[in-house]
Design a protein around this ligand. Sequence first.
Ligand code: ADQ
Length: 499
Amino acid sequence: MSEGDPARPVVVVAHRGPVSFVDVDGDREMRRGAGGLVTALRGLRGYLEDGVWVCAALSDADRAAVADSGDKPFEVDGGYRVRMVALDPDEHHRFYAIIANPILWFIQHYLWDLSNAPDITGNEIEAFEHGYVPINRAIGEAAAEEVERAGGRALVMIHDYHFYLVGPEIRRRCPDALVHHFIHIPWPQPDAWRVLPGWMRRRLIEGLLACDIVAFHTERFARNFVLTCRELLDLRVDMDSLTVDVGDRTVAARWYPISIDAADLEEQASGQEVDLEERRIENGRREFLILRVDRTDLSKNILRGFKAFDQLLDDHPELSGRVSFLALLQPSRQDVDEYVEYVERIRRLVADINLKHGNPEWQPISLQMGDALPRAMAAYRQYDVLVVNSVFDGMNLVAKEGVLLNRRNGVLVLSEHTGVHEELGAFALTVHPFDIQALADAMYAAIAMPQDERRTRLNACAAVVRGNDLAKWLRVQLDDLAVVEAGRAELNRSEVRSP
Ligand code: ADQ
């Protein structure tokens, strides 16, 4: 494999596929998949000509497509293949709704309220043994088949917290494969994992250690991972090179900040629908527009964002009627109780603040629930302040999208616990996500900031995003894999030479 050019066929493994199927009036139609990860991985298309994307069949129409294809990969637009795997629905429910979301998601974002939850009961143990484990095995077997079909030497790129046990399946069946696992969410400090019984956390971490590279968005997450291996598995690690020794193998932890496809986003934003949405926002806006765009995930810290806005209006009565807060929120995981309750709490808080500060002519917060990408892109152009105040988060692509499209010298107010803070923090107003007063003050500072300074900061952010785009994210990983491969060749040669 030469640098940046994966001569090995690529096998991508991710829970969601690049396409999904829907039934329309009895006909099955293929649609582009949704979500940040799928958008990011679409950048792999150019490398997938020889390869395949392995994913779960999530809908009835997906499962029907799998049945028709006889479990074989099928071609999709863009000249690559997709292998959907039909999974047992009960196992998948346990895997997804009990282990992956919420248990792993909550641990990795530090979301558990430990005096109350989680309870690890027979239900959770069963969900692990008869949900997470068999689903990982089924996906791992399908991926291993694809590696074997490609001659056994494929580059396997596994994605996210759904599939920590896929690596061992590949390693067992295809020892010559090069295995890479990218984790899109934070990796917390070692003690966070002590929420899980020892045998369970050991199994998950050992699963990841079957890979050659375990990758994250930030250096902090990579460091936490290596520390976790030392503290919880008692393995020998090197904190300078961020490597872990596992028997006669060395596993590297690396960090590659994910990005957006700048050209693609700008093209999407140039459509008429976005212009129309922008005119609507422009006609309805006040002097200052504060914006947030998020899934209604607990990690996004939406309630404290509104509480800070409430504080801003208390502290600065002169802003009454001159500022509004537009919140474009996409309901998320409404099959998880905590998420249903979160949406309720958001609605109640917004109603309280609007009642307290608003009047018949002016409602300070406009809460708009739904999937509204054209409106989000229009709002990115129009904001004066973009609030991204996550409690702890992987990257927060919203910050990158916003600074790229904004046309009003808008200021980014950014939590120090977002992955994107490593890249854009120097040009944003940094906030501590729990400090509501500091967030209110930052909103005010952003509004009051002179235009020149705002412009300088925005241009600097946009330059970082353009320079560190999705293509670079991928290229750097492929370069590192080439280095790992070269090291392995070295190892193989010395093994051949030894008696
Ligand atoms: P997410 O948690 O979904 O992604 P983020 O990175 O901010 O978080 O991406 C959200 C995406 O959803 C953005 O592309 C945004 O435009 C879109 N979106 C949000 N609200 C929307 C709305 N109301 N309507 C339409 N679109 C909306 C996970 C991890 C992150 C990590 C990414 C990529 O949790 O930490 O950055 O994967 O690795």
